[in-house]
Ligand binder design. Structure first.
Ligand code: NAP
Length: 311
C-alpha cells in the first residue's frame, strides 16, 4: 500500500506529486490517457516566473520532470473507480492501486458547442480562457458565447483589450448574477445578440467570423470577428467517482481540498469552478499534498499507520 496516490495528469497533479515526493512519501501518479487543459493551450503569459510567457505543454512537462526528479512515480491509466479498503483506498485504473491517501486532480473540461470549425480554429481564435488569451485581441472584435457569470467575466475582461465584444446568448435573458449583468449591459464596448446561436466558425489561418442563427426567426447571418470565447460552463471529471461515497456539489465538483472521505483530498479544476487558473491549480495541488502528509503523520502518531494497513 502506497502512502500517496495521485490521480490526474495536469499541473495540480504534478505539483501535488512534487510536494509529496519531497516529503519522501514516494507518490504514485496515475495519469489519464487524455491531455490536461494546459497541454492544449499555447502561450501562457500569466504564470508567475516567466516574464516572456511559457508554452502550456512545456510548463506541464517541466512540472512533471521536477516531481520525477524527487522520486514521484508515474503510470498511465484512466481511473474508473475509487472505494475504501482496510487502511485506505483502492483506485481502479485497469489494474488496482491501494494507498493510505488519495489526491484527486482529474480536472474539468470546458464545454464546447460542437459546431463545424470550432476544433479546427482551437487556439487560432477559439478560446475558453479570457485571462490567458485576451491580450491577443487588442483592438479586435471578439464574440463571447454564454449567459452565465463566466461569460460576463470574460466579456468584461475582454473589453480591456478588444475594440468590440459581442455576447451571443441562446436565450433572451442572462443566467448570470444581476450585478454582473448590470456591469456588462452598462458597457458601451459590449453588444448582446439575444436568442442567437453560433452555428459555425470560419476563418483561414485564424478565425475571421462566425455564422449565427436567430433561434426565434431562424434568420442566419455571418458575423465578422477575430475570435470566439466559449463560456458555456465546465464539466468536472468526477463521473468515475460515482458510488465512492465522495461528496460532490450540485454541479459535480468536489467542494474543497479536504473532502468528506478521510485521507482523500482534491486539487485543481476538479474542485474549483471559479478560478480555474494554472497557478491556482498548482496552489491547490500543494495544499492537497500538505494535507496528505499531515494525515499520514497523524496516523503514525496515533499508531494506526501499519495496523490499519495490515489488518
Ligand atoms: P453556467 O452558470 O452554467 O452558465 C453557462 C451559460 O452557458 C448559460 O448561460 C447557458 O445558457 C450557456 N450554455 C450552456 N450550454 C450551451 C450551449 N450548448 N450553447 C449555448 N449556450 C450554452 O456556467 P458558468 O458561467 O461557467 O458558471 C459556473 C458557476 O460558477 C456558476 O455557479 C457561476 O455563478 C459561478 N461563477 C461565478 C463567478 C463570480 O461570482 N464572479 C464567475 C464565474 C463563475 P442558459 O442560460 O440558456 O442555460
Amino acid at each position: 500500500m502506497d502512502d500517496v496516490l495521485i490521480v490526474g495528469g495536469g499541473i495540480a497533479a504534478h505539483t501535488a506529486a512534487l510536494y509529496a515526493a519531497r516529503a519522501e512519501l514516494k507518490p504514485l501518479v496515475l495519469t489519464g490517457t487524455g491531455l490536461d487543459q494546459l497541454s492544449t493551450t499555447s502561450l501562457v503569459e500569466n504564470y508567475p516566473g516567466f516574464p516572456e510567457g511559457v508554452q502550456g505543454p512545456d510548463l506541464v512537462d517541466a512540472c512533471k520532470s521536477q516531481a520525477k526528479r524527487f522520486g514521484a512515480r508515474y503510470l498511465p491509466g484512466d481511473a474508473t473507480g475509487l472505494k475504501p479498503v482496510q487502511g485506505g483506498y483502492e483506485v481502479v485504473a485497469g489494474s488496482s492501486y491501494r494507498a493510505r491517501t488519495v489526491i484527486i486532480a482529474t480536472g474539468a473540461s470546458a464545454r464546447t458547442l460542437g459546431v463545424p470549425g470550432e476544433k479546427e480554429f482551437w487556439a487560432k481564435g477559439v478560446s475558453t480562457c479570457a485571462p490567458c488569451d485576451a491580450p491577443l485581441f487588442r483592438n479586435k472584435t471578439v464574440v463571447v458565447v454564454g449567459g452565465g457569470d463566466s461569460a460576463m467575466e470574460e466579456a468584461l475582461m475582454l473589453t480591456k483589450f478588444a475594440g468590440k465584444v459581442i455576447i451571443v446568448h441562446r436565450r433572451e435573458e442572462f443566467r448570470a448574477s444581476k450585478i454582473m449583468q448590470q456591469r456588462v449591459l452598462g458597457m458601451e464596448a459590449i453588444e448582446v445578440l439575444w436568442n442567437t446561436a453560433v452555428t459555425e466558425v470560419i476563418g483561414r489561418a485564424f478565425v475571421t467570423g462566425v455564422k449565427i442563427r436567430n433561434l426565434q426567426t431562424g434568420q442566419a447571418a455571418l458575423l465578422a470577428c477575430d475570435g470566439m470565447f466559449l463560456a458555456i460552463g465546465h464539466t468536472p471529471t468526477t463521473a468515475w467517482l460515482a458510488g465512492s461515497g465522495l461528496a460532490l456539489d450540485a454541479h459535480g465538483y468536489i467542494p474543497g481540498v479536504v473532502t468528506n472521505l478521510p485521507g482523500v483530498f482534491a486539487a485543481g479544476d476538479v474542485m474549483d469552478p471559479r478560478y480555474r487558473q494554472a497557478v491556482t491549480s498548482a496552489g491547490t495541488g500543494c495544499q492537497a499534498s500538505l494535507e496528505a502528509e499531515k494525515f499520514i503523520e497523524h496516523r503514525k502518531a496515533a499508531g494506526t499507520y501499519e495496523v490499519a494497513a495490515s489488518r
